[in-house]
Write a protein that binds this ligand. Sequence first.
Ligand code: BGC
Length: 518
Amino acid sequence: MVRLLLCLVLLLSGCFATVVRGKKDVCRGHTPNDNPLVTQMTAELMDEIRAEPDRLFPPRFAFGTATAPYQIESGNAATDWAAWEKLGAIQNGDRADDGPQHERHFSEDIALMRGLHHDTYRLGIEWGRLFPTKEQFLAEPPQPDPVAYQYYRDLLTELRQSGIEPMVTLHHFTLPSWLASPPIASPAGVLEEEYPALLARFAAWSADAYGDLVDLWITINEPGAVAIGGYIGGVFPPGHFLAFDEFTLSHERFADAHAQAYDELRGHDRTDASGDGVAALISFATHNRLWLPIDAGSAKDVRGAKRVRYISNLLLLDAAVCGNFDRNFDEKLDEQDRVNDPRLKARLDFIALNFYGTGWVSGADLEPFRGIPNIINPASGRVHSDFGWDVAPETLLPVLDELKQYELPIYITENGIADAMDTRRPRFIVDSLLAVSSAIARGHDVRGYYHWSLIDNFEWASGFCPRFGLFGVDLTDPNRARIEREGARVFREIAAVRSVPDALRDRYVYGAEGLRCK
Ligand code: BGC
């Protein structure tokens, strides 16, 4: 109180300085990976959460779903993923063009969102669809494809007219063909020196084109996943395997690209579309798991889990919040690293957390990711999704605990389950939203929850095998009928009353596991 009064008195000088100093303090006290490592999942935690009383989500807490353009649209031929598909890299030879064709059905999909009581919806705009050639992109001013430009304007306008706040992602895994074109080695996508400046230009253009409709921006979705898939696992373009130098370099490019795109969005989006006094809130989406050692008694596994956790959960957040980029990923900041770099730091308005539960690690050499993280542990004793991932909604709490050091509000920008038979999704949604509610009660500043996903979609290297939709999509139907799943009914019931009612807690149990996707 005294502090508040003092702030009021010293409004112009003192308070601002306090805020700035506060931010610096977060970084001064922060040494990489300094949190204690949780080594085990605790099933009891879910029981504790389930026993907590029914509470309302805060008044401005936002419910919604998330998608990515390449995963739900057809006609994105001018992208690296379209070229990747042609190389036969996708399970069953699936092609995104045969998917839900959202560009033809977006009004129908927005009606589904309204029916689910959405406050918000996370979508992406496809860079290569808007700018199929580099000439169009580099023209002054940039010359987008007019149909693509209008399509996204119509989509965003209809969302706003429906009272649904859009959150827009600029780079969700895919790049225009003129920036990345597998199997050709050059252009090399995010490894290109010009990638940060190009993404920043796309950010500036997007803010000019759509900033009157958009206040929430995500620059890049899951940079870590792009790097693992593309340079370690070989399952995303450009398909390189255990290419450690590319893996580390891509992270530095991402750190710069995010910071530069942040500055352009901040400078160009000056319109407060929602009327809450804020024109733009900007983040990148980080995919954080509770990384656990397969054998908690093995020093090597414990060390591996700690290492993977540092690289995939914290490294890029340290860059965007504190300006620290640990170039060789050795968990120390020394001369070769970027420390307190003003070109990187203080570029995060909130944490955008994509959360899918646990990940397991066995072994670790000093080379980052030599002890390859394995998301699956067949012996975990848990129910599994069709991807084989553990169903462990309560692990959200330790993941949020780890993020507390950054002192930023959090949106859960993705959370969902691959479950074609819908035998586990209803209970998963109940338990996941109970975990969110419990996290808020325990002091975590969680502002919203986006379920992945509204409709079934093209799940990257796994094609259409994993089904993440609250609504299934009949891919054999020329009209691509959307089919409501029980998961949608549960989500609707929770969003309607803005709490997880007692009656829902025991209505569902985790049912039989179905097919297993790669
Ligand atoms: C990605 C989505 C993907 C989802 C489920 C996230 O890592 O952002 O594009 O579909 O996980 O695998």
